[in-house]
Design a protein around this ligand. Structure first.
Ligand code: GDP
Length: 427
């Protein structure tokens, strides 16, 4: 059976922690979209890690970790990350890289930064890791698959074709130096030897595993709001962040996904450009305080170190996020962070042009949405590490009950700290 672990919001919901936890009782963990542009923080017996390319099952030797065909594969980042895990004492993991995955190229990274530079103040707030150019190339059919690395003539031909267009763009639009196809070709031949031991037919492997009744976790990157179809266009990422895309990006049959665990934080956080509408945002000193107290080391990007924008829990966005993810259950993280507050506002509706709504508006209207808050009492104590749900203060449980009622999906897991076992089963 397949369980997808995906984000209900803007990303950074704590999916890495939940995946690392659920991997204990699973056999396979698959990354199915995105690349090294976001990080999943995991804190376990080996230390604190921000994983960018590797699936979050990588700490268990019983798990087969798969980089699915839908991922933007950065071989250098992957191997550097693998090396840093081994140096930290993590046992040699089982890793398979899909032969159908495509390669994130140095020219994607260059194009990303050239384009952000060109846009100036109107930039998207990209992490400049080449994700948008990578997916554009995939759909323009000029991407290079891992399997192409093992066919010299095909590789050279595909590379020449991709670079021909890139160089026109680089020189004539961005006024930058051209990329040398020959040099890059030689570099790729070296990279293929590094990746060779991991390359496999993940499609057949996964289908066989399903026949054998194995449990597979699909690990999503970012969250529903960042989906390029149904998210806050254009402030999205360039690959689909929805569980449904797991069928494509991990080659899973649609009917095999039986459980969609949507992860959401007990407050909101959002990375990216300031221009993105973020309706329940908390500004000024109260926002700074929540940012300082949030997550395990404050709300700062795991990849970029950028301060994340923070806000109150947004039930309008989260209900929509859970709906488009097809959530069967919700994991609520970071409840412990809110213990310092006397009272906690929750955004329960938006007002758009004088009309109140609980339905998430289209991007063109979102910038005009004003939050409508309901305020709940705080619990004013430290609940960090509580694993018995019943032992939580009454006001903390009332807060969870309220969120569940508003989002309409059972909240089954309540995380009370960043470490693997700091979590309470609610249902
Ligand atoms: P992901 O990309 O969805 O895996 O999320 P990130 O790792 O980017 O961000 C989540 C942050 O919250 C990280 O700093 C985690 O260590 C932290 N975290 C996860 N669950 C909890 C929790 O229950 N309490 C606290 N205080 N921090 C948590």
């Amino acid at each position: 059976m397949v369980k997808a672990i995906v984000g209900a919001n803007w990303g950074d919901e704590g999916k890495g922690k939940i995946t690392d936890l659920l991997a204990e009782n699973s056999e396979i963990v698959i990354r199915f979209q995105g690349g090294a542009n976001a990080g999943h923080t995991i804190i376990n017996e080996y230390g604190r890690f921000a994983l960018h390319m590797l699936p979050s099952g990588i700490f268990y030797s019983h798990i087969t970790n798969i980089i699915g065909n839908g991922v933007a594969l950065d071989i250098q980042k992957l191997t550097a990350e693998l090396r840093s895990l081994l140096e930290a004492g993590v046992p040699t993991p089982q890793l398979m890289v899909s032969e159908r995955a495509q390669l994130l190229m140095p020219y994607h990274v260059l194009q990303d930064s050239y384009e952000e530079e060109r846009l100036g103040g109107k930039a998207f707030g990209s992490t400049k890791s080449g994700i948008a150019p990578f997916y554009s190339d995939k759909y323009a059919k000029v991407g290079i698959q891992v399997c192409d690395l093992f066919d010299d003539a095909r590789l050279r031909e595909r590379l020449d074709r991709a670079i021909e267009v890139k160089n026109i763009l680089f020189q004539d639009l961005y006024h930058k130096p051209p990329v040398d196809a020959g040099t890059l070709y030689q570099e790729l031949l070296e990279l293929r030897e590094i990746i060779r031991p991991y390359v496999g037919d993940s499609v057949t492997y996964v289908h066989q595993a399903l026949k054998e009744g194995k449990t597979i976790l699909l690990e999503g990157q970012l969250g529903a709001m960042k989906d390029p179809e149904l998210g806050i266009v254009p402030m999205t990422t360039s690959s689909h962040t929805l569980a449904g895309f797991g069928c494509v990006g991990a080659a899973i049959p649609p009917t095999a996904i039986q459980d969609v665990i949507c992860v959401t934080k007990a407050y909101s956080s959002c990375v990216g450009a300031q221009t993105e509408p973020f309706v329940s945002e908390l500004l000024g000193e109260p926002g700074d305080e929540l940012r300082r107290r949030g997550g395990d080391k404050g709300e700062f990007g795991a990849t970029t170190g950028r301060p994340r924008r923070v806000g109150w829990f947004d039930t309008v966005a989260t209900r929509y996020g859970c709906m488009i993810q097809g959530a069967t259950q919700v994991a609520l993280t970071c409840l412990d962070v809110l213990g310092y507050l006397d009272e906690i506002p929750v955004c329960t509706a938006y007002e758009v042009d004088g009309q109140r709504t609980k339905d998430f508006p289209v991007p063109a209207l979102l910038g005009r949405a004003k939050p409508v808050f309901t305020t709940l009492p705080g619990w004013k104590c430290d609940i960090r590490g509580i694993t018995d749900y019943a032992a939580l203060p009454a006001n903390a449980k009332a807060y969870v009950d309220f969120l569940e009622q508003e989002i309409g999906v059972p909240i089954t897991l309540v995380s009370t700290g960043p470490k693997r076992h700091e979590i309470a089963q609610r249902k």
